[in-house]
Design a protein around this ligand. Sequence first.
Ligand code: ACO
Length: 434
Amino acid sequence: MTNSETKATLSFSDGSPSLEMPIYKGSIGPDVIDIRKLYGSTGMFTYDPGFMSTAACNSSITYIDGDKGELLYRGYPIEQLAVNGGDFLETCYLLLNGELPNAEQKKEFVTTVTHHTMVHEQMQFFFRGFRRDAHPMSVLVGTVGALASFYHDSLDINDPHHREVSAIRLIAKMPTLVAMAYKYSIGQPFVYPRNDLSYSANFMHMMFSTPCEPYKTNEVLVRALDRILILHADHEQNASTSTVRLAGSSGANPFACIAAGIACLWGPAHGGANEAALSMLEEIGSVDNIPEFIAQVKDKNSGVKLMGFGHRVYKNYDPRAKLMRETCYEVLQELGLQDDPLFKLAMALEKIALEDEYFVSRKLYPNVDFYSGIVQRALGIPTALFTGIFALARTVGWIAQWKEMISDPEQKIGRPRQLFVGSAKRDVPAIDKR
Ligand code: ACO
C-alpha cells in the first residue's frame, strides 16, 4: 500500500470547510480513499450498505478483477493453479504462506496436515446429540465451534505458534467433520482417516467406505474433488470471509471465527447457491420448460432468480465456472453419464441466458455454483452436503485471512456505524396512554 500523489478533496455545498483525504495505491486494482479522519473532522459517516464501495482491510492473499473475470491466489491465476498447480494442499500452503512450497516444504506440510486429521474421540458423542435429519451446515456450525473446547492448547491468538497449529487443525479436521456429518445422517459408522491417502482421496474414503468391504478411490473423481476444493479455497473479502474477520477482530478464537464463517456461508445468496442451482435445474426438469422459467426470472414480482448466475464482483464469466464446467464434463464421461439430463439442461440454460438481453445488459454470467452441484451429485455427494463441501474448501481461505488480520498492525475491532432513522428521544407513557 503506497500513498498516491493525488489526494481526494471532499467539499460541501453548505459552506463547511472541505476535507483532503489521502489516496492509497494497491499493487493492482482500484485505489482507495482513506476516510478514517472523516468522522473526527466532519461529524459525518459514510453510508454504504452491502459495502459496495468499501475496502475494509488491506490484504495480499487473493485478487479478483471482476470485469476481466480474473482470480489470482497470491498472484497466480486460478486456471494455472487448477491445471498445473499440484493438489489442494499446495494451494493451502500458498494461501497460508504466500509462496508455493518446494518439494521438501510440501512433504513436511502434507505430513503435518495428515497427522492432524483425526478428531478427538469424544467428538463422536457430540455428534450423537444432533437429530439424524439435521442440516449438515447446522452440524458443522456446532462441531467446528466445539473444536475450541477440545484444543485449549492452541487458543492463544497472540501466539504465532498457536495460530499456526489452529490453522493446520482446522484444515486437517474439516474433511473428517464433514464426512462424520454425512455418515451420521445416513446411520453408517464413522470412518477414521487413512494417512496413506491424499487429502481428497482420504475425504472420499471417509465419506464412502464402510467397514463391510474395501473401498477403492477413483483417480478421476479424486481429481475432480481436488479441483472443487482449489476453486473454492479463497475469494477475497466475500460475506463469510468478512464475517470471519469481523468475529476475529474482537479477539475470538479461530474455531469460533470459522464457525461464524460457516453460518454466513449457509445462506442461499452465498454458499447455499450450489444446492439452490441444482434444485432449480431439477424443478425446470426439461429444456422445453426453459423459456417459461426465464420469463419468471425476468418478472420482478415472481421472486425467482436464476441460481448460479450473477455475482457481486464478477461482471464477466466467473473463471471458476469455466473450470468447473470442464470438470463436470470429465466426471460425467468417467462415470458413463455423458447424457446426464441435468448437465444438458444446464448447458442449454446457460446458452439461452448468455444470449438474452436481460442477462447481457446486467452482466449476469454463470458463477462457480452453476456447475459444481452437478459435479458433486455425480461424485455421490448428497445435495444437502454441497455447502458443507464449500465450507471445507473455504476453511483455508478463512484461516489465511484471519491470520493476516491478526498480524496486521492496523487491525482494530470491527465496528460499523449507522444512519439512525428511528424515533428521537421520547418519554415512556403510562400503559393506559399507549
Ligand atoms: N437472476 C435474475 N436476476 C438477477 C440475478 C439472478 N441470478 N442476479 C442478479 N439479478 C438482477 C437483479 O435483480 C438486479 O436487477 P435490476 O437492476 O433490474 O434490479 C441486477 O441483476 C443486479 O443484481 P444485484 O442483486 O444488485 O446484484 P448483487 O451484486 O447485489 O447480487 C448475487 C449478487 C447475490 C450473487 C445475485 O446475483 C444472486 O442472487 N445470484 C443468484 C444466487 C447465486 O448464484 N449466488 C452465488 C454467488 S457466488 C458464491 O457465493 C460462490
